[in-house]
Design a protein around this ligand. Structure first.
Ligand code: SAH
Length: 274
Protein backbone atom coordinates (compact mmCIF):
# COMPACT_ATOMS: atom_id res chain seq x y z
CA UNK A 1 0.00 0.00 0.00
CA UNK A 2 1.19 3.51 -0.81
CA UNK A 3 1.57 5.80 2.11
CA UNK A 4 1.86 9.55 1.71
CA UNK A 5 3.88 11.28 4.43
CA UNK A 6 1.66 13.31 6.73
CA UNK A 7 3.05 16.67 7.74
CA UNK A 8 0.59 16.89 10.63
CA UNK A 9 2.21 13.80 12.15
CA UNK A 10 5.74 15.10 11.67
CA UNK A 11 6.60 12.29 9.30
CA UNK A 12 10.16 12.33 8.00
CA UNK A 13 11.06 8.74 7.24
CA UNK A 14 14.63 7.53 7.43
CA UNK A 15 15.63 6.49 3.95
CA UNK A 16 19.37 5.97 4.37
CA UNK A 17 19.96 2.40 5.60
CA UNK A 18 23.46 3.33 6.78
CA UNK A 19 22.03 5.90 9.15
CA UNK A 20 19.36 3.51 10.45
CA UNK A 21 22.05 0.91 11.05
CA UNK A 22 24.26 3.40 12.84
CA UNK A 23 21.37 4.37 15.15
CA UNK A 24 20.55 0.78 16.09
CA UNK A 25 24.22 -0.03 16.55
CA UNK A 26 24.62 2.84 19.01
CA UNK A 27 21.45 1.73 20.80
CA UNK A 28 22.97 -1.75 21.13
CA UNK A 29 19.83 -3.78 21.87
CA UNK A 30 20.28 -7.01 23.83
CA UNK A 31 17.87 -9.95 23.40
CA UNK A 32 16.50 -9.58 26.95
CA UNK A 33 15.81 -5.81 26.73
CA UNK A 34 12.28 -4.42 26.95
CA UNK A 35 12.47 -2.13 23.95
CA UNK A 36 9.75 0.33 22.98
CA UNK A 37 10.01 2.24 19.72
CA UNK A 38 8.13 5.51 19.49
CA UNK A 39 6.88 6.51 16.03
CA UNK A 40 8.13 3.50 14.06
CA UNK A 41 6.60 4.76 10.81
CA UNK A 42 7.32 2.22 8.09
CA UNK A 43 9.63 0.23 10.32
CA UNK A 44 13.07 1.41 9.19
CA UNK A 45 14.45 1.04 12.74
CA UNK A 46 12.01 -1.68 13.81
CA UNK A 47 13.31 -4.16 11.24
CA UNK A 48 16.88 -3.65 12.43
CA UNK A 49 15.90 -3.91 16.10
CA UNK A 50 14.22 -7.24 15.38
CA UNK A 51 17.46 -8.62 14.00
CA UNK A 52 18.56 -8.83 17.63
CA UNK A 53 15.37 -8.70 19.66
CA UNK A 54 12.86 -11.54 19.66
CA UNK A 55 10.11 -8.99 20.28
CA UNK A 56 9.53 -5.27 20.65
CA UNK A 57 6.68 -2.87 21.37
CA UNK A 58 5.95 0.07 19.08
CA UNK A 59 3.77 3.12 19.62
CA UNK A 60 2.40 4.58 16.39
CA UNK A 61 -0.41 7.10 15.98
CA UNK A 62 -0.92 6.90 12.21
CA UNK A 63 -4.13 5.02 11.29
CA UNK A 64 -2.62 3.53 8.14
CA UNK A 65 0.86 2.74 9.44
CA UNK A 66 -0.22 0.99 12.66
CA UNK A 67 -1.98 -1.89 10.84
CA UNK A 68 0.76 -2.02 8.17
CA UNK A 69 3.38 -2.56 10.87
CA UNK A 70 1.35 -5.37 12.40
CA UNK A 71 1.01 -6.98 9.00
CA UNK A 72 4.72 -6.65 8.31
CA UNK A 73 6.11 -7.87 11.64
CA UNK A 74 3.26 -10.03 12.98
CA UNK A 75 3.74 -11.65 16.38
CA UNK A 76 7.18 -10.14 16.78
CA UNK A 77 5.78 -6.74 17.66
CA UNK A 78 3.09 -5.37 19.92
CA UNK A 79 1.56 -2.30 18.29
CA UNK A 80 0.11 0.33 20.56
CA UNK A 81 -1.97 2.40 18.17
CA UNK A 82 -2.13 5.65 20.12
CA UNK A 83 -0.59 9.04 20.78
CA UNK A 84 2.61 8.50 22.81
CA UNK A 85 1.51 11.37 25.04
CA UNK A 86 -1.59 9.34 26.01
CA UNK A 87 0.27 6.11 26.64
CA UNK A 88 1.14 5.30 30.24
CA UNK A 89 4.75 4.17 30.07
CA UNK A 90 4.43 2.97 33.66
CA UNK A 91 1.69 0.56 32.53
CA UNK A 92 3.82 -0.61 29.60
CA UNK A 93 6.71 -1.15 31.97
CA UNK A 94 4.44 -3.14 34.32
CA UNK A 95 3.49 -5.46 31.48
CA UNK A 96 7.09 -5.70 30.27
CA UNK A 97 8.41 -6.65 33.69
CA UNK A 98 11.55 -4.53 33.34
CA UNK A 99 12.43 -0.85 32.87
CA UNK A 100 11.90 0.23 29.28
CA UNK A 101 14.55 1.08 26.75
CA UNK A 102 13.07 3.69 24.41
CA UNK A 103 14.17 4.49 20.89
CA UNK A 104 12.64 6.75 18.30
CA UNK A 105 12.90 9.04 15.35
CA UNK A 106 10.02 11.11 16.67
CA UNK A 107 8.22 14.18 15.32
CA UNK A 108 10.20 17.38 15.97
CA UNK A 109 7.17 19.36 17.07
CA UNK A 110 6.53 17.10 20.06
CA UNK A 111 10.09 16.38 21.15
CA UNK A 112 9.93 18.32 24.42
CA UNK A 113 6.43 17.10 25.40
CA UNK A 114 7.67 13.54 24.85
CA UNK A 115 10.80 14.16 26.94
CA UNK A 116 8.66 15.48 29.81
CA UNK A 117 6.20 12.61 29.38
CA UNK A 118 9.12 10.20 29.87
CA UNK A 119 10.35 12.04 32.96
CA UNK A 120 6.86 11.82 34.44
CA UNK A 121 7.00 8.03 34.01
CA UNK A 122 10.35 7.52 35.77
CA UNK A 123 11.61 5.05 36.98
CA UNK A 124 9.71 3.11 34.29
CA UNK A 125 12.29 4.05 31.65
CA UNK A 126 16.00 3.23 31.79
CA UNK A 127 17.20 5.04 28.69
CA UNK A 128 16.12 6.74 25.47
CA UNK A 129 17.97 7.04 22.17
CA UNK A 130 16.21 9.79 20.31
CA UNK A 131 16.42 11.78 17.09
CA UNK A 132 15.74 15.47 17.38
CA UNK A 133 16.39 18.85 15.89
CA UNK A 134 20.06 19.75 16.40
CA UNK A 135 19.21 22.95 18.29
CA UNK A 136 17.13 21.05 20.84
CA UNK A 137 19.88 18.47 21.31
CA UNK A 138 22.37 21.30 21.89
CA UNK A 139 20.09 22.82 24.51
CA UNK A 140 19.85 19.50 26.33
CA UNK A 141 23.63 19.12 26.72
CA UNK A 142 24.37 22.86 27.18
CA UNK A 143 26.61 24.11 29.97
CA UNK A 144 25.89 27.15 32.19
CA UNK A 145 26.63 30.63 30.82
CA UNK A 146 25.82 29.71 27.23
CA UNK A 147 22.84 30.90 25.26
CA UNK A 148 21.61 27.31 24.78
CA UNK A 149 21.52 26.67 28.54
CA UNK A 150 18.04 26.75 30.03
CA UNK A 151 15.17 24.82 31.58
CA UNK A 152 15.57 21.88 29.22
CA UNK A 153 19.31 21.60 29.94
CA UNK A 154 18.85 21.63 33.69
CA UNK A 155 15.91 19.22 33.83
CA UNK A 156 17.40 16.71 31.38
CA UNK A 157 20.81 16.86 33.11
CA UNK A 158 19.07 16.40 36.46
CA UNK A 159 17.00 13.36 35.47
CA UNK A 160 19.55 11.70 33.17
CA UNK A 161 23.02 11.75 31.73
CA UNK A 162 22.50 13.13 28.23
CA UNK A 163 25.09 12.34 25.61
CA UNK A 164 25.25 13.71 22.09
CA UNK A 165 25.87 10.82 19.70
CA UNK A 166 26.05 12.02 16.10
CA UNK A 167 24.60 14.41 13.56
CA UNK A 168 22.20 13.19 10.89
CA UNK A 169 22.02 14.93 7.54
CA UNK A 170 18.66 16.28 6.34
CA UNK A 171 19.13 14.20 3.21
CA UNK A 172 18.83 10.98 5.19
CA UNK A 173 15.06 11.55 5.39
CA UNK A 174 12.11 11.62 3.07
CA UNK A 175 10.51 14.08 2.94
CA UNK A 176 13.64 16.18 3.61
CA UNK A 177 13.04 18.22 6.79
CA UNK A 178 13.81 21.93 7.09
CA UNK A 179 16.07 21.40 10.08
CA UNK A 180 19.18 19.38 10.79
CA UNK A 181 19.04 16.52 13.25
CA UNK A 182 21.08 14.80 15.90
CA UNK A 183 20.87 11.57 17.83
CA UNK A 184 21.13 11.92 21.58
CA UNK A 185 21.19 9.32 24.33
CA UNK A 186 19.50 9.94 27.68
CA UNK A 187 20.55 7.57 30.45
CA UNK A 188 18.01 7.80 33.28
CA UNK A 189 19.89 5.19 35.32
CA UNK A 190 22.59 7.86 35.81
CA UNK A 191 20.72 10.93 37.07
CA UNK A 192 22.48 13.92 38.61
CA UNK A 193 24.18 12.79 41.86
CA UNK A 194 22.66 15.50 44.09
CA UNK A 195 18.98 14.98 44.86
CA UNK A 196 16.28 17.59 45.29
CA UNK A 197 14.25 16.87 48.42
CA UNK A 198 11.13 17.93 46.53
CA UNK A 199 11.14 17.30 42.78
CA UNK A 200 8.18 19.52 42.08
CA UNK A 201 9.73 22.40 43.96
CA UNK A 202 13.00 21.97 42.07
CA UNK A 203 11.17 22.13 38.74
CA UNK A 204 9.07 25.08 39.85
CA UNK A 205 12.16 27.07 40.87
CA UNK A 206 13.97 26.26 37.61
CA UNK A 207 10.94 27.21 35.53
CA UNK A 208 10.04 30.19 37.67
CA UNK A 209 13.47 31.80 37.57
CA UNK A 210 14.11 31.09 33.87
CA UNK A 211 10.68 32.45 33.01
CA UNK A 212 12.38 35.77 33.60
CA UNK A 213 15.68 34.90 32.02
CA UNK A 214 17.14 38.39 31.98
CA UNK A 215 16.26 39.00 35.60
CA UNK A 216 18.51 38.30 38.53
CA UNK A 217 17.86 35.35 40.78
CA UNK A 218 16.69 37.82 43.43
CA UNK A 219 13.91 39.06 41.16
CA UNK A 220 13.03 35.58 39.95
CA UNK A 221 12.67 34.33 43.51
CA UNK A 222 10.59 37.35 44.48
CA UNK A 223 8.27 36.32 41.65
CA UNK A 224 7.96 32.99 43.43
CA UNK A 225 6.87 34.82 46.60
CA UNK A 226 10.05 34.02 48.54
CA UNK A 227 10.08 36.57 51.40
CA UNK A 228 13.03 38.99 51.61
CA UNK A 229 14.22 37.60 54.95
CA UNK A 230 14.40 34.11 53.44
CA UNK A 231 16.37 35.43 50.46
CA UNK A 232 19.14 36.64 52.74
CA UNK A 233 19.63 33.12 54.16
CA UNK A 234 20.42 31.55 50.80
CA UNK A 235 23.94 30.42 49.89
CA UNK A 236 23.74 31.40 46.21
CA UNK A 237 24.64 34.85 44.92
CA UNK A 238 21.29 36.52 44.27
CA UNK A 239 22.71 38.96 41.75
CA UNK A 240 23.45 36.11 39.33
CA UNK A 241 21.12 35.40 36.46
CA UNK A 242 19.58 31.91 36.19
CA UNK A 243 21.80 30.88 33.28
CA UNK A 244 24.83 31.34 35.53
CA UNK A 245 23.68 28.63 37.94
CA UNK A 246 24.73 25.00 37.59
CA UNK A 247 22.39 22.05 38.11
CA UNK A 248 24.04 21.57 41.52
CA UNK A 249 23.29 25.22 42.38
CA UNK A 250 19.61 24.75 41.52
CA UNK A 251 19.39 21.57 43.60
CA UNK A 252 21.01 23.32 46.57
CA UNK A 253 18.78 26.36 46.15
CA UNK A 254 15.60 24.29 46.04
CA UNK A 255 16.71 22.32 49.11
CA UNK A 256 17.37 25.56 51.02
CA UNK A 257 13.79 26.60 50.24
CA UNK A 258 12.10 23.27 50.88
CA UNK A 259 10.34 24.53 54.03
CA UNK A 260 8.56 27.06 51.77
CA UNK A 261 7.49 24.43 49.24
CA UNK A 262 3.69 24.69 49.69
CA UNK A 263 3.80 28.46 49.28
CA UNK A 264 6.18 28.48 46.30
CA UNK A 265 4.31 25.69 44.51
CA UNK A 266 1.15 27.78 44.74
CA UNK A 267 2.52 30.86 43.02
CA UNK A 268 1.43 31.53 39.45
CA UNK A 269 4.46 31.87 37.17
CA UNK A 270 5.13 32.29 33.50
CA UNK A 271 6.04 28.95 32.04
CA UNK A 272 8.33 28.41 29.13
CA UNK A 273 10.31 25.56 27.65
CA UNK A 274 13.36 27.84 27.29
N1 SAH B 1 10.84 6.06 12.88
C1 SAH B 1 10.40 6.15 11.48
C2 SAH B 1 9.36 7.26 11.29
C3 SAH B 1 9.77 8.64 11.66
S1 SAH B 1 8.55 9.86 11.31
C4 SAH B 1 11.61 6.40 10.60
O1 SAH B 1 12.64 6.78 11.13
O2 SAH B 1 11.52 6.22 9.40
C5 SAH B 1 7.75 10.06 12.89
C6 SAH B 1 6.75 8.95 13.20
O3 SAH B 1 6.06 9.27 14.41
C7 SAH B 1 5.68 8.76 12.14
O4 SAH B 1 5.51 7.41 11.88
C8 SAH B 1 4.41 9.35 12.80
O5 SAH B 1 3.21 8.79 12.31
C9 SAH B 1 4.66 9.03 14.25
N2 SAH B 1 3.93 9.89 15.20
C10 SAH B 1 3.61 11.19 15.05
N3 SAH B 1 3.01 11.69 16.13
C11 SAH B 1 2.95 10.66 17.02
C12 SAH B 1 2.43 10.52 18.34
N4 SAH B 1 1.88 11.57 18.97
N5 SAH B 1 2.50 9.32 18.96
C13 SAH B 1 3.09 8.26 18.31
N6 SAH B 1 3.60 8.33 17.08
C14 SAH B 1 3.53 9.50 16.42
Amino acid sequence: MMHRAKKSLGQNFLQDPNVSQKIVKVFDPKPGDSVVEIGPGKGALTALLLQTLPHCTVIELDNELAPMLKEQFGERITVIHDDILNVSLSDVRQTAGAPLRLIGNIPYNITTPILFHVIDALPAVSDFLVMMQTEVAQRIVAKPRTKEYGILSILMQYYSTPKMQFAVSRNSFFPVPNVSSAIIHLDYTAPFPDKAADDRLFRKIVRGTFGKRRKTLRNGLKGLDVPAVELERLSVDLELRPEELSVADFVRLSNELVHLAPQILNTVTEESDG
